[in-house]
Ligand binder design. Structure first.
Ligand code: UD1
Length: 419
């Protein structure tokens, strides 16, 4: 039995929505619990499918994991297992973040190559070359990344691209390595800063979080801690863009607006009044949005995870927008679904040109990943008639209480089962 959404367009979104903890942070913080024997508590966890999936990965490694409301308690044994098999990791890519902690703790890791979103090739070469510089051998064997190290030592590591996942894995291995590690061209995402903060609370010595140079003095042992996940900036921005597209008035809470500087500027360019608030921001759009150009880049650039929403906004904006995807080459597959909804869009390589139309036209569409799914629902909100959005399990992986939140803002959406 699979489910789909029925989204009926035409309503202006109005009201307030509270955002939970960041998906792209919580999964790494849960993996970091492997670094210390004892009970680590992570609070403000979002109610999304990837959290129980990560809990299963950790259970497979010998941890006890309890999930209650928005809290997860992970008790890590003195000697975790080092093999995360395919059944555990196949459903989501972020599971690969156990690699660094396992190498640090067990000096050995076997992690099946993960599944995940269909947004482009996602190699692990930078993760592996970083671990090698720390003294580990790392190969791909029988569908698994295998890493082993007798002695993990500090190193100077320069990433060829500021990969989020590679920065996290190398960081989590380096905290228990002997001596100093410097990671240059490190990713600067707020979720990396969240991880650095939690590691420091556990007794690690990491400095430079949020800059492109991370310096880590290895320590012998870490202790468990209790840590609150930062708010999800991608979910928050999704509601902000939805407000702009529907000419609505939405207050988003539970997020640091500073994590969305460029995104909020783009909404202003589209004609929205955007007001930063203590724990979020408010977006009011009175007229039809204006065309805006977007180019995705690593943080603090415009997030690739918001590219589908940017395309949705451009599709109904007045004028022509140019959108450039610089991070994941296959993300433009989503544009085919937008064309089905009546968008006037063309892609050429990693560029898309979108001529805005006043209103989209409802149609059945298919989500190919979490963010594409959310982008299609937003498009459905500004289409005439009722749009069917299929493969919505993707959306459930990243957006907590999606239907309830959207309905709370006045959106018309229904979850229906289908054979
Ligand atoms: C994370 C986020 C994802 C976001 C992405 C970029 C999580 C769970 N996922 O994914 O939502 O879209 O950051 O902001 O946090 N690359 C290599 N070799 C490597 C590693 C990466 O070539 O070893 C390439 C990738 O193919 C991609 C680019 O680097 O083109 C960025 O990937 P990366 O930053 O690693 O993304 P993820 O950590 O997988």
């Amino acid at each position: 039995m699979s489910e789909h959404f029925l989204v009926t367009g035409g309503n202006r979104l109005e009201g307030e929505v509270l955002v939970g903890g960041a998906k792209n942070s919580v999964l790494k913080l849960m993996a970091a619990a492997l670094l210390a024997e004892g009970t680590t508590v992570v609070t403000n966890c979002p109610d999304i499918l990837d959290v129980p999936l990560m809990a299963d990965v950790l259970r497979g490694l010998g941890c006890e994991v309890e999930l209650e409301d928005s809290e997860v308690r992970i008790t890590t044994p003195a000697e975790p297992k080092y093999h995360a098999d395919f059944d555990a990791v196949k459903q989501f890519r972020a599971s690969v973040c156990v690699l660094g902690p396992l190498v640090a703790r067990c000096r050995r890791a076997v992690v099946a190559l993960p599944g995940g979103d269909a947004i482009g090739s996602r190699p692990l070469d930078m993760h592996q070359s970083g671990l090698r510089l720390l003294g580990a051998c790392s190969e791909i064997e029988h569908g698994c990344v295998v890493a082993e190290a007798d002695d993990l030592h500090g190193a100077n590591i320069r990433l060829v691209f500021p990969s989020v996942g590679a920065t996290e894995n190398i960081l989590m291995a380096a905290v228990l390595a002997r001596g100093e590690t410097v990671i240059d061209n490190a990713a600067r995402e707020p979720e990396i800063v969240d991880l650095c903060n939690m590691l420091n609370e556990m007794g690690a010595k990491v400095s430079g979080g949020g800059s492109s140079t991370l310096t880590i003095q290895g320590v012998r042992k870490l202790e468990p801690t209790t840590h609150r996940v930062i708010g999800d900036r991608i979910v928050a921005a999704t509601w902000g863009v939805a407000a702009s597209m529907t000419r609505g008035d939405v207050r988003v809470r539970g997020v640091n607006h500073k994590h969305l500087g460029l995104v909020l500027d783009k909404l202003r360019t589209a004609g929205a009044e955007v007001t930063p608030e203590v724990d979020g921001f408010r977006v009011i759009q009175r007229e039809r949005p204006k065309a805006v150009n977007f180019a995705t880049l690593p943080y603090p650039g415009f997030p690739t995870d918001l590219q589908p929403m940017a395309i949705g906004l451009a599709a109904v904006a007045e004028g022509t927008s140019m959108i450039t995807e610089n991070v994941f080459e296959s993300r433009f597959r989503f544009v085919e679904e937008m064309i089905r909804l009546g968008a006037d869009a063309r892609t050429d390589g990693h560029h898309a040109v979108i001529r805005g139309v006043p209103v989209l036209s409802s149609a059945p569409v298919w989500s190919s990943d979490i963010r594409a799914g959310a982008g299609l629902v937003l498009a459905g909100l500004v289409a005439d008639g009722t749009t069917e959005v299929h493969d919505i399990f993707h959306i459930d992986r990243g957006y907590p209480r999606f239907v309830e939140n959207l309905r709370g803002l006045g959106g018309v959406i229904e979850r229906v089962g289908s054979e």
